[in-house]
Design a protein around this ligand. Structure first.
Ligand code: NI
Length: 192
Protein backbone atom coordinates (compact mmCIF):
# COMPACT_ATOMS: atom_id res chain seq x y z
CA UNK A 1 0.00 0.00 0.00
CA UNK A 2 1.32 3.39 -0.93
CA UNK A 3 2.14 5.65 1.93
CA UNK A 4 -0.02 8.73 1.74
CA UNK A 5 1.95 11.87 1.21
CA UNK A 6 1.18 14.68 3.64
CA UNK A 7 -0.43 17.54 1.76
CA UNK A 8 2.44 19.84 2.60
CA UNK A 9 5.00 17.61 0.87
CA UNK A 10 3.59 17.67 -2.62
CA UNK A 11 5.72 20.28 -4.28
CA UNK A 12 5.33 23.96 -3.68
CA UNK A 13 6.05 25.10 -0.19
CA UNK A 14 2.78 25.07 1.74
CA UNK A 15 1.78 28.27 3.49
CA UNK A 16 2.00 26.49 6.85
CA UNK A 17 5.70 25.84 6.27
CA UNK A 18 6.69 29.34 5.24
CA UNK A 19 8.88 31.40 7.52
CA UNK A 20 7.66 34.55 9.17
CA UNK A 21 10.09 37.43 8.90
CA UNK A 22 12.02 38.02 12.10
CA UNK A 23 14.91 40.39 12.69
CA UNK A 24 17.03 37.38 13.65
CA UNK A 25 16.37 35.22 10.59
CA UNK A 26 16.52 38.16 8.20
CA UNK A 27 19.73 39.45 9.68
CA UNK A 28 21.28 35.97 9.41
CA UNK A 29 21.16 36.33 5.63
CA UNK A 30 21.83 40.06 5.34
CA UNK A 31 25.02 39.77 7.37
CA UNK A 32 26.54 37.07 5.18
CA UNK A 33 25.67 38.32 1.70
CA UNK A 34 28.87 40.40 1.37
CA UNK A 35 30.98 37.28 2.03
CA UNK A 36 28.83 35.22 -0.34
CA UNK A 37 29.31 37.76 -3.12
CA UNK A 38 33.04 38.04 -2.42
CA UNK A 39 33.47 34.25 -2.55
CA UNK A 40 31.55 34.12 -5.82
CA UNK A 41 32.96 37.17 -7.64
CA UNK A 42 36.24 38.31 -6.06
CA UNK A 43 39.25 37.79 -8.34
CA UNK A 44 37.07 36.11 -10.96
CA UNK A 45 38.17 36.47 -14.62
CA UNK A 46 36.26 39.25 -16.37
CA UNK A 47 34.81 36.78 -18.86
CA UNK A 48 32.56 35.72 -15.99
CA UNK A 49 31.86 39.08 -14.41
CA UNK A 50 31.47 41.34 -17.47
CA UNK A 51 29.25 39.08 -19.62
CA UNK A 52 25.50 39.59 -19.63
CA UNK A 53 22.60 37.58 -21.08
CA UNK A 54 21.98 39.88 -24.06
CA UNK A 55 20.12 43.19 -24.58
CA UNK A 56 18.53 44.70 -21.46
CA UNK A 57 20.23 42.26 -19.09
CA UNK A 58 22.88 42.92 -16.48
CA UNK A 59 26.35 41.46 -16.07
CA UNK A 60 27.39 40.37 -12.55
CA UNK A 61 29.52 43.55 -12.49
CA UNK A 62 26.44 45.68 -13.20
CA UNK A 63 24.47 43.79 -10.56
CA UNK A 64 27.15 44.71 -8.03
CA UNK A 65 26.86 48.39 -8.99
CA UNK A 66 23.10 48.14 -8.51
CA UNK A 67 23.47 46.37 -5.16
CA UNK A 68 25.84 49.01 -3.79
CA UNK A 69 23.63 51.87 -4.97
CA UNK A 70 20.46 50.33 -3.53
CA UNK A 71 22.30 49.56 -0.30
CA UNK A 72 23.17 53.25 -0.02
CA UNK A 73 19.80 54.78 -0.85
CA UNK A 74 16.99 52.33 -0.25
CA UNK A 75 16.66 50.05 2.77
CA UNK A 76 17.69 52.17 5.72
CA UNK A 77 16.36 55.42 4.25
CA UNK A 78 12.97 53.79 3.86
CA UNK A 79 13.21 52.21 7.29
CA UNK A 80 13.76 55.67 8.77
CA UNK A 81 10.79 57.05 6.80
CA UNK A 82 8.61 54.36 8.37
CA UNK A 83 9.98 54.86 11.87
CA UNK A 84 9.44 58.62 11.71
CA UNK A 85 5.70 58.05 11.17
CA UNK A 86 5.34 61.58 9.84
CA UNK A 87 2.18 62.68 8.10
CA UNK A 88 3.74 62.26 4.69
CA UNK A 89 5.56 58.94 4.88
CA UNK A 90 5.81 58.15 1.19
CA UNK A 91 8.96 56.58 -0.21
CA UNK A 92 10.89 58.36 -2.94
CA UNK A 93 11.23 56.27 -6.12
CA UNK A 94 14.63 54.58 -6.56
CA UNK A 95 16.53 54.53 -9.86
CA UNK A 96 17.54 50.89 -10.24
CA UNK A 97 20.28 51.65 -12.78
CA UNK A 98 21.81 54.73 -11.14
CA UNK A 99 24.63 52.56 -9.78
CA UNK A 100 25.92 51.88 -13.28
CA UNK A 101 27.10 55.46 -13.82
CA UNK A 102 27.81 56.22 -10.18
CA UNK A 103 30.34 53.37 -9.96
CA UNK A 104 31.64 53.44 -13.53
CA UNK A 105 35.30 52.44 -13.58
CA UNK A 106 35.30 50.82 -10.14
CA UNK A 107 36.94 47.42 -9.93
CA UNK A 108 34.96 44.41 -8.78
CA UNK A 109 36.99 44.33 -5.56
CA UNK A 110 36.19 48.01 -4.92
CA UNK A 111 32.48 47.28 -5.40
CA UNK A 112 32.65 44.25 -3.07
CA UNK A 113 34.50 46.31 -0.44
CA UNK A 114 32.00 49.15 -0.70
CA UNK A 115 29.05 46.80 -0.46
CA UNK A 116 30.49 45.13 2.63
CA UNK A 117 31.12 48.49 4.32
CA UNK A 118 27.68 49.95 3.59
CA UNK A 119 25.91 46.71 4.57
CA UNK A 120 27.81 46.67 7.85
CA UNK A 121 26.84 50.29 8.56
CA UNK A 122 23.22 49.58 7.66
CA UNK A 123 22.99 46.53 9.95
CA UNK A 124 24.48 48.50 12.83
CA UNK A 125 21.87 51.18 12.19
CA UNK A 126 19.13 48.55 11.97
CA UNK A 127 20.20 47.14 15.33
CA UNK A 128 20.17 50.57 16.92
CA UNK A 129 16.84 51.88 15.64
CA UNK A 130 14.49 48.95 14.94
CA UNK A 131 12.77 46.76 17.52
CA UNK A 132 10.30 43.93 17.03
CA UNK A 133 7.53 46.33 18.05
CA UNK A 134 8.18 48.49 14.97
CA UNK A 135 7.68 45.77 12.37
CA UNK A 136 4.01 46.46 11.70
CA UNK A 137 4.51 50.19 11.18
CA UNK A 138 3.80 51.24 7.62
CA UNK A 139 4.42 53.71 4.85
CA UNK A 140 3.28 54.30 1.28
CA UNK A 141 5.27 52.85 -1.61
CA UNK A 142 5.08 54.86 -4.89
CA UNK A 143 3.96 51.75 -6.80
CA UNK A 144 2.49 49.30 -4.27
CA UNK A 145 0.71 51.61 -1.84
CA UNK A 146 0.62 50.56 1.83
CA UNK A 147 3.58 48.46 2.96
CA UNK A 148 4.93 47.53 6.39
CA UNK A 149 8.44 47.64 7.80
CA UNK A 150 8.22 43.85 8.14
CA UNK A 151 7.62 43.56 4.38
CA UNK A 152 10.37 46.06 3.55
CA UNK A 153 12.97 44.22 5.64
CA UNK A 154 11.93 40.80 4.29
CA UNK A 155 12.27 42.30 0.79
CA UNK A 156 15.79 43.43 1.63
CA UNK A 157 16.67 39.77 2.30
CA UNK A 158 15.00 38.38 -0.81
CA UNK A 159 16.49 41.19 -2.93
CA UNK A 160 19.89 39.73 -1.97
CA UNK A 161 18.72 36.24 -2.99
CA UNK A 162 17.18 37.56 -6.19
CA UNK A 163 20.41 39.15 -7.35
CA UNK A 164 22.54 36.21 -6.20
CA UNK A 165 20.29 34.00 -8.32
CA UNK A 166 20.57 36.45 -11.21
CA UNK A 167 24.37 36.41 -11.00
CA UNK A 168 24.49 32.59 -10.95
CA UNK A 169 22.02 32.38 -13.84
CA UNK A 170 23.94 34.90 -15.95
CA UNK A 171 27.21 33.06 -15.39
CA UNK A 172 25.59 29.68 -16.09
CA UNK A 173 24.41 30.91 -19.47
CA UNK A 174 27.98 31.66 -20.55
CA UNK A 175 28.46 27.86 -20.74
CA UNK A 176 25.15 27.16 -22.45
CA UNK A 177 26.83 25.73 -25.53
CA UNK A 178 29.78 24.31 -23.64
CA UNK A 179 27.59 21.85 -21.71
CA UNK A 180 26.43 20.18 -24.94
CA UNK A 181 23.57 17.70 -24.48
CA UNK A 182 23.46 18.18 -20.70
CA UNK A 183 21.59 21.44 -21.43
CA UNK A 184 18.38 19.38 -21.17
CA UNK A 185 19.10 18.72 -17.47
CA UNK A 186 20.25 22.23 -16.60
CA UNK A 187 17.19 24.49 -16.81
CA UNK A 188 19.11 27.45 -15.42
CA UNK A 189 20.74 28.09 -18.81
CA UNK A 190 17.31 28.58 -20.41
CA UNK A 191 15.63 30.36 -17.50
CA UNK A 192 14.33 33.87 -18.04
NI1 NI B 1 17.46 44.97 -7.44
Amino acid sequence: MATSIPSNRTGDVCDDDLMEFTLETGRAILSRTPDTLRALLGDLPEEWTMSDEGPDTWSPYQVMGHLVHIEEVDWMDRTLVILAQDELRTFDPVDREAGFSRFAGWTMIELLDRFEAVRSTNLAKLDSVVTVNDLDLGAVHPTFGDVTLRELLATWVVHDFNHLGQIVKTMSKQYRDAIGPWRAFLPIVDAE
